[in-house]
Design a protein. Sequence first.
Length: 632
Amino acid sequence: MIKSRRCQVRRSARAAVIGLCSLLVAVRTVWAFDVTTWHYDNLRTGWNNSETILTTANVGSSQFGLITTATVDEQVDAQPLVMLNQTVAGKEYKSVVYVATENNTIYAINGNTGAILLSRNLGTPVPYSTTGFCIVNSQVIGISQTPVIDAAAGIIYLITDTMENNAPTYRLHALKLTNLSDAMSSVVIEASQTLSNGSTYHFNPAVTKSRSALLLSNGNVYAGFTSYCDFNGSETRGWLLGWNAKTLAPLPNDWLTNRDATSPDDIFLTSIWMSGSGIASDGTSLYFVTGNSDGSGNTRQSPGNLTESAVKVSTNLATLEGSFTPYTYPTLDAQDGDFGAGGIMLLPTQAGPVPLLATAMGKDGQLFLLNRASLGGYNTTKNTVLGTYNGGRCWCAESYFTGSDGVNRVVSSGSAQLQTWQVHHKPSPHLVADSWTQFVTDGGSGAGFLTSVSSNGTKHAIIWAVNWINLNNSRDYYYLNAYNANTGAHLVTNLKAAYWPNNFANANLLPVVTNGKVYVGGYKQLSIFGLKQAGEKEVTLEPVAAPEFELPAGLHRVTGRIVNVSGGKIVLSIRAGTEMAVDSTEATRLGHNVSAMSGTVTAVGRYDADGTLFAQSISRAKSDPGRWLPDR
């Protein structure tokens, strides 16, 4: 590697200085690939095409494995970020990984050894009990979404959820990469928007979750917001907010995804969550996908409420520039079929007649090919898009790369099915599935998984994936898999990647690949994979002590399949095969959208003398009993 930094240009700066570098250095230029944002870039392609160390040959050999781990203080739901040749506490390191946890702690970790270089806690996290016992993450909610780094300014931006004055409070922080101190004072996140009847709706942290990854674009930081388990549907709605990156001053405009003042069942939502995916940007507009609204399926679709939609807005959050809504959106709403369970990926500019393309998919498994210049709007009888394909049920996101044959490809991963799609442009843009398909062993979630791609230009393209599986009756780990992106050949099979005791909830884990290493966050751990030195033994990933999800005194919890619903009474078939009665009146009053639920649920409440559980919380649960929380 060239040690001089004069032409060791970070990927984002290549275009501006490549000519100067060619004059200064006559030898091979080494590009440093910093991972500064979710899925590697603002298009959200998940593609590192500057990986010169990991190849299809050495990754597929015994030389590749787990090198080391780093211990952190809580669950890691955010994607790790990586800076190469980064100075921390006065010393330069070849690789520094920035890891955020649900305990509101940010770490700077040596990317080669796993040593903790610095850490900083940013406040008391919010207990899950304050969310109505929503269990999509850990027992505490702190930093859930992936932060974003401004490499030129040396700043990492992140959002914390903290208990302040006994109330949940969101803060936007800007920290220096070198020492994790404040680059500027944090700001409390506040927002308001006018509804269709002229009333004012205010941002409410108590019923709002920050899950989608942050975006840094056009000198601004952006963040999307969602609900907790669709609870408090009469109070919570989706938000897209922005702040000036230099001052943290909020932008003059806020984007509220649902501005209707009324709904058939007093349920609004239309959240932005996207399984942790980031708001996307092509530099001129912002893109995101919304989830469900009213579970009756009678939601009014309008510019003020774009439920189940891919949405394009201006960078100042003032103007709706386009949208696409599947014609099946009433059914998606009624069946909790979130289009917004997946993110949106913008393809790099294409050479064909429609150069600006995008893909998006959600829970119902439809993979849509979109024209960014004209997303398609809403038609009551058909999907007005460039193409619709079967990508599998998706709590996931697509990736993109160019194959060794020079053909651009999209990677889908719904329903534990890995598929690559060739991007064709004649007679009009469309996708063609490659001949190979890989099925990743699934532990019962059927939810798909997140992927990333590494390559050296178009050579040695590798698709990386992390998926929860039921392997040898061990349900507490996520496993790393790697595939030859051009042939589908399995290079790495079911290598333990992350301890994950909370297998009743999906983990939006994403393998991060750069400079010969693969980083995977997990429960209180960061795993670092790479090429082992001669004679070096592979590290074993060990379980971490995980406390049970606690309940306040007097409350009980039970999970089962809904057998019958009659008014406020629900009959569940529980683990023992017996049936029990649940009264959902209180849960409904507290804003839990019980009427839209079916299948398997978890209820929390108090028993009466007859054994009926009077529930104050009812949330959806996994269909596989092996992923149910213990009854208490």
